[in-house]
Ligand binder design. Sequence first.
Ligand code: NAD
Length: 501
Amino acid sequence: MQSMISTDAKREWAASWLSTDKKLYIGGQWVDSEGGDVEESINPATGKIIGKLINASEKDVDRAVAAARGAHEKAEFRRMPRRERAKVLRRIAEAIDKYRAELATLETLDNGKLYSEAYQDDLPETAEVFEYYAGWTDKFYSDNVPVDDGFINYTVREPVGVCGLIVPWNFPLLLAAWKMAPALAMANTIVVKPSPFTSLSMIRLFEILSEEVDLPAGVINLITGGASTGQALCEHRGVNKVSFTGSTATGKHVVRSSADSNLKSVSLELGGKSPNIIFDDVPDLEFAIERSYYAMFCHKGEKCSEPTRLFVHKNHYDRFVSEMAKRADAVVCGDPFDPTSTQGAQCNDEQLKKILRYISIGKEEGAKLIAGGERDTKGSNANGYFVRPTVFADVDNKMKIAQDEIFGPVLAVIPFSDEDHVVEMANDSMYGLAAGLWTRDISRAHRVAGRLDAGMVFINRYGCYDFASPFGGFKESGWGKDMAIQSLDAYTKLKSIWVKL
Ligand code: NAD
């Protein structure tokens, strides 16, 4: 399907693809489930069932892990010359690019995000992350360690082995690619488990890879399903590593599963409630307003690192509050394929209810609702999961709407006047994923960046990303980093070898 194809043609292609039964990809083949049941996939923009997926059983998980284990032990992929492995990763990137429109169509149908967001943000980055890690296959050196005379000591990096990759529904392909690309670059074998809310694009990606990329059987495996499938993967003794992105509550289950089985290594990218601090001397007020709004509300506020707590100095407070409200009021919620829509549907019914519940809590807590605050059911949105972008002003950082992760388009605006106080409030959170600050004062910029207890700090532009820069949080936002060279540590084990001369 070509990129410039009409919306009707996209829908027609998707309807035809969705009409066939979906299977699991294990050991290089599409296979039926053994004992798993069937789950429905729903289009959040219409509330209608669009496809059926397998909810993989424990036995299916066992088969997928056995296939990945077999491929790891056969070591065909591990022994492939490094530059050949790099070519495999580049071919994956090319294949994603070639089928960009199809994959973006499925992402939109299943997740509810705007087609423009899926096509322009998610898909190019999904391809690029494979390109980036292709470059690492022959560059991740080990050390020759300076030890006492009479000995040589050196380290080698080995693949971890079988990696279980579990991802959420907000960026279904992209967040999986953040894990698949470094895992494959370091010659591991993988079992991918997407979210049951958004598995369609991953199924299509595996179809594409099976047709376009020559990988030894068992190197990549796909199991669909929900919590029980994920838990079976985390508890499996044949899995050496789980890389998990999702909520903090589930992350804690993942750790327990690892502890109760084989102490497999675990990486966790979890929730967030990130602060964004506008100081009195913000360098470019208009840009700060524009960017703070966009970083919060793009992808309908379903982003782990979005700046959900906006701390504004009292001198700019009224202006910020009115500009946030003006932008929120202008949003058009609607069919994500329609280019006139500016916000899509929340991903699922559970999420819709959670967001609406928090909006009620915010009102009860006494925060001042200045925009949104309700479901959008106008016209063809009637059965979709649309929520008006919502802005609460005069929020107290102790309120639940400022402490709990809502994971939707709900912004809490909090006034401040003092640097120490705002840093204290910003750090008063169980989360520590990201933080932003805006100031002209170079000393303050570095001083406050150093005091913010967050894994990523953005100065004078909220939200900067690059595959070369580590992504991940502190506190209950997770362990370890995705992307960059740090991710390669997570997918290798370091061995120290001694020689007596
Ligand atoms: P979730 O925790 O409900 O589910 C995530 C994945 O875990 C899904 O594939 C799910 O099926 C699986 N799962 C559920 N129970 C499991 C269990 N007991 N054992 C193993 N796997 C299990 O999260 P979600 O609702 O899909 O996603 C939203 C959450 O993800 C938010 O909290 C958000 O902040 C977080 N997130 C974090 C990052 C990050 O990089 N830090 C990025 C995106 C999303």
